[in-house]
Design a protein around this ligand. Structure first.
Ligand code: ZN
Length: 672
C-alpha cells in the first residue's frame, strides 16, 4: 500500500531524523486515511502498517538502546467535537455503562515535545530513554541529567520501581534564542521547538545537551511496582508531589461537555502559552476502566488527542522562484508578502511541483490562503483569485542554474534539469557518484576532497579528474597532503584509464541507468559509441533503433527516453567526448565463469535470509546465469526462501528444479 509507505517515510523523517517534510496535520490526515482503509479492508492490513507501529524504529545512533519494560503507546487523534462525542460514546459502550452512569476524564494540553520514560528505583533516577519505536528507545540518562526539571532523586514516599512518562520540550523563547545563536554560529537551524528539543537531547556528548535549555513535564507512567492511586488524577498529583512538573492546564472533568469546554479554554490561551502545543489530551480518569478498555494496536482505547486545526492567513503570492536540488529536481518556492500565521511571520511557501501549481492555479500576484501547522514549512491551501483572467504560470522548461532543458519523465511529477554533469547545482554530487565504488571506484578521492577541489575550480567536469596529475604541485601545497598521499591519489586515478565501460556508463548518472541497466546495455552494445548512436537515433524517431534498445532484457521506454534526453543536451555530449578523450574502456565482454548455472536462467522467490534480492541477482550474474523475475518455460532453476508461494507451484507444474538458499550458497561457493 503506497499510503503506508508514505507514512513510514514521513514517520522516519519526523522521529529519527528530526527533519519533517510535511505538516503534522498532513501527517495525521495520512494516518487517518490509512486507518479508514484498514477498517474497511481488514484483510489488507500489513504487518508494517503504521497502525501497528509507534513512532519510528531507533535510527543508527551513537546512543545505546533501551527496551521499555512497558510499551510506550501513542494516541488516536480527533479533529472535531463530533469525533470527541463518538469516542466518549464508544468508551461507554465498551464498558457497558448506563447513559447516566458517571464517567470522569482528565484533560491537559498536548505539548509538542519528545516523549521520554524516566525509570526511578527507590526514588533514584536510574535510566532515561526516548520513545523510539515504542518498544526500544535510546538511552539518554546522561543527557537528562542536564534537564533541570528532572530530579535525580524523588521526594517523599515513592514505589520501589516507578517509570514516569512525559515530554521533553523547549520553550518558544528558548527555541528562538537557540536558532538565533545557531544562525550566528553557522550551525543547523531547527524547524520547530520539537525538533530542537529532540536534536538537543539525542546527543552522544551530553555537554551539548547541557548547553540547551530543555524542560520536562510528566503526563503518565509505565512500569510500576505499585500505582499510588485509583484514578489518573490521583497518580498525576502524586507524581507532582514527588517533584516532577505536570501541565498547569491539567484538569479533571465530568463529561464530554467538560472536555470540549476545557479544549476551548486551552485553545484561547494557546497564543500566549510559553510553549508550543498541538492539541488537548483526554484520558478516562478511573484506572480500573483504563485497564478494562486496554489498547487497539498501538493506541489505548482510554485516551484521545484532540488536535487543533491548522492556522491560516491570507496574503499575496509575489513571485515563484525555482530552486534546483542536488539531483536536478526543480522545486518551486512561493515568495509571499510577509504575513503573520499563528504568531510566526511567513514569507516563503513550498509549492511542491509543477502539478501542485497547476492544481492551485496560482500565478504571481494572486491572493492566496496560507496554512501553517506544527511549525513546518507553510503551504498554500487556496487561491482566492484563480478566476481572474490572467495567463497561467508557465513552469520553466529550462534549468535556471545552467540553462539546460528541464523535463518531467513520463508518469512523474518532478521536473528535472537534464544538464547533469554541467549543472552547477548537480555537479559535485555527480562527481562523487562518478568516483564512487559502484562506478569508477577511485580510491583516495573522497567527498571532502571533491568538495575542496571543486571549490578551487579544478573539477569542472569528470574528465578533469584525469587531468589532476598536472596539478601535482598545487595539491601538494594544500594542507594535509604529503608526497605519498598525492602519489597514491594520482596512481589510483591512472589505474582507471581503461575503465569498465558499464561502470563508466553508470558513473555518468544518467537517470534510470543504474549499475544493472548499464551492464545490460553494454552486454548488448559492447562499445559506448554504439550505444550512443542507438540512443540518438531512437530520440530522432528511428523506430528500429528504439526497438533494438527496448528488445534488450531489462530495458524499458523510460531508459530509452532518459538516454535520448541525455545525448540531446550539447553539454552532456561535450562531457562525454571529454571523458572519452581521457579514458579508453576496452570492449565490454561478459566473462562467463565456469559454474553449474552458467548460461541458465534463475528465479529468486520468497524471503532470502542471508542476502538481499539485489545481491542474489549479482551472484547469478557473476556465475554467468541470468536472473529473471518470473517463472516460465525458459526458467532453469528456482531458488526459494520461506514464504514463496505461487512461483514454486508453477515451477513444480513445469518440472523446474527448485532449491533452497543454502543449496544456492553451495553453488556460489563451489564456483569460487
Ligand atoms: Zn541545471
Amino acid at each position: 500500500m503506497r499510503l503506508a509507505k508514505a507514512i513510514a517515510k514521513h514517520n522516519r523523517l519526523y522521529h529519527a531524523e528530526d527533519a519533517p517534510e510535511i505538516t503534522d496535520q498532513e501527517y495525521d490526515a495520512l494516518v487517518k486515511r490509512n486507518a479508514e482503509l484498514e477498517a474497511a479492508f481488514p484483510h489488507l492490513v500489513r504487518s508494517d502498517s503504521p497502525s501497528q507501529d509507534v513512532g519510528h524504529a531507533v535510527a543508527a545512533s551513537p546512543l545505546s538502546k533501551v527496551t521499555h519494560a512497558v510499551r510506550m503507546m501513542s494516541l488516536d487523534n480527533a479533529f472535531s467535537a463530533e469525533e470527541v462525542h463518538e469516542w466518549v460514546a464508544r468508551v461507554r459502550r465498551f464498558l457497558a455503562l448506563h447513559e447516566k452512569a458517571p464517567l470522569g476524564f482528565t484533560a491537559e494540553d498536548k505539548i509538542d515535545g519528545l516523549s521520554c520514560s524516566l525509570r526511578y528505583e527507590n526514588g533514584a533516577l536510574v535510566r532515561a530513554a526516548t520513545r523510539g519505536d515504542g518498544q526500544v528507545g535510546e538511552d539518554v540518562t546522561a543527557n537528562v541529567a542536564h534537564v533541570a526539571d528532572i530530579p535525580q532523586q524523588l521526594a517523599g514516599s515513592v514505589p520501589d520501581v516507578f517509570e514516569v512518562r512525559g515530554e521533553i520540550y523547549m520553550a518558544k523563547e528558548d527555541f528562538a534564542a537557540l536558532n538565533a545563536a545557531q544562525q550566528k554560529g553557522g550551525g543547523k537551524l531547527f524547524a520547530n521547538p520539537r525538533n530542537a528539543a529532540a536534536g538537543s537531547l539525542r546527543q552522544k556528548d551530553a555537554s551539548v545537551t547541557a548547553a540547551r535549555p530543555l524542560k520536562f513535564w510528566a503526563h503518565g507512567w509505565g512500569a510500576a511496582s505499585e500505582v499510588p492511586g485509583a484514578t489518573q488524577e490521583e497518580v498525576v498529583r502524586r507524581i507532582e508531589e514527588w517533584g516532577l512538573p505536570v501541565s498547569p492546564q491539567f484538569r479533571r472533568v465530568d463529561d464530554a461537555e467538560g472536555l470540549l469546554a476545557h479544549y476551548e479554554t486551552i485553545a484561547a490561551a494557546r497564543p500566549d502559552l510559553p510553549y508550543e502545543i498541538d492539541g488537548v489530551v483526554y484520558k478516562v480518569d478511573r484506572l480500573d476502566y483504563q485497564q478494562r478498555l486496554g489498547a487497539v494496536g498501538k493506541a489505548p482505547r482510554w485516551a484521545l488527542a484532540h488536535k487543533f486545526p491548522a492556522e491560516r492567513a491570507e496574503t499575496t503570492l509575489e513571485s515563484i522562484d525555482i530552486q534546483v536540488g542536488r539531483t536536478g529536481k526543480l522545486t518551486p518556492v512561493g515568495r509571499l508578502a510577509p504575513v503573520l500565521v499563528g504568531g510566526v511571520t511567513v514569507t516563503n511557501v513550498t509549492l511542491h511541483n509543477r502539478d501542485e501549481i497547476a492544481r492551485l492555479g496560482v500565478r504571481p500576484g494572486d491572493r492566496v490562503v496560507v496554512q501553517r501547522a506544527g511549525d513546518v514549512i507553510p503551504q498554500v491551501v487556496e487561491n482566492l483569485t484563480r478566476e481572474e483572467k490572467r495567463p497561467p504560470y508557465r513552469f520553466p522548461d529550462h534549468c535556471p542554474e545552467c540553462g539546460s532543458e528541464a523535463v518531467a519523465a513520463e508518469g512523474e511529477v518532478d521536473v528535472r534539469c537534464t544538464g547533469g554533469l554541467i549543472c552547477p547545482a548537480q555537479r559535485t554530487e555527480r562527481l562523487k557518484h562518478f568516483v564512487s565504488r559502484g562506478a569508477l571506484d577511485i580510491d583516495g578521492l573522497g567527498e571532502k576532497t571533491i568538495d575542496q577541489f571543486f571549490a578551487l575550480g579544478w573539477l569542472e567536469s569528470p574528465a578533469d579528474i584525469f587531468r589532476l596529475k598536472q596539478r601535482r604541485a598545487d595539491i601538494l601545497a594544500l594542507e594535509g597532503w604529503k608526497d605519498k598521499s598525492v602519489e597514491n591519489l594520482l596512481a589510483s586515478i591512472e589505474a582507471r584509464r581503461a575503465p569498465d565501460a558499464a561502470r563508466l556508463l553508470f558513473g555518468l548518472g544518467i537517470r534510470h541507468v543504474g549499475a544493472v541497466t548499464a551492464r545490460d546495455l553494454m552486454k548488448h552494445f559492447h562499445e559506448l559509441p554504439a550505444l550512443r548512436k542507438a540512443a540518438e537515433k531512437a530520440r530522432a524517431g528511428d523506430g528500429d533503433a528504439a526497438a533494438e534498445l527496448t528488445a534488450i532484457d531489462g530495458i524499458g521506454s523510460a531508459v530509452v527516453e532518459a538516454l535520448g534526453d541525455f545525448f540531446h543536451e550539447e553539454h552532456n555530449r561535450d562531457v562525454w567526448d571529454d571523458i572519452l578523450s581521457e579514458v579508453s574502456p576496452p570492449r565490454y565482454e561478459v566473462e562467463t565463469k565456469d559454474s553449474a548455472v552458467a548460461g541458465k536462467t534463475v528465479v529468486f522467490t520468497g524471503k532470502l535470509e542471508t542476502m538481499s534480492r539485489d545481491e542474489a541477482k549479482a551472484q547469478a550474474e557473476r556465475l554467468g546465469a541470468k536472473a529473471s523475475g518470473s517463472v516460465s518455460a525458459k526458467t532453469d532453476l528456482v531458488v526459494a526462501g520461506p514464504g514463496a508461494g505461487s512461483k514454486i507451484k508453477k515451477a513444480a507444474e513445469l518440472g523446474i528444479e527448485t532449491i533452497d538458499e543454502a543449496a544456492w550458497a553451495a553453488i556460489v561457493n563451489s564456483a569460487g
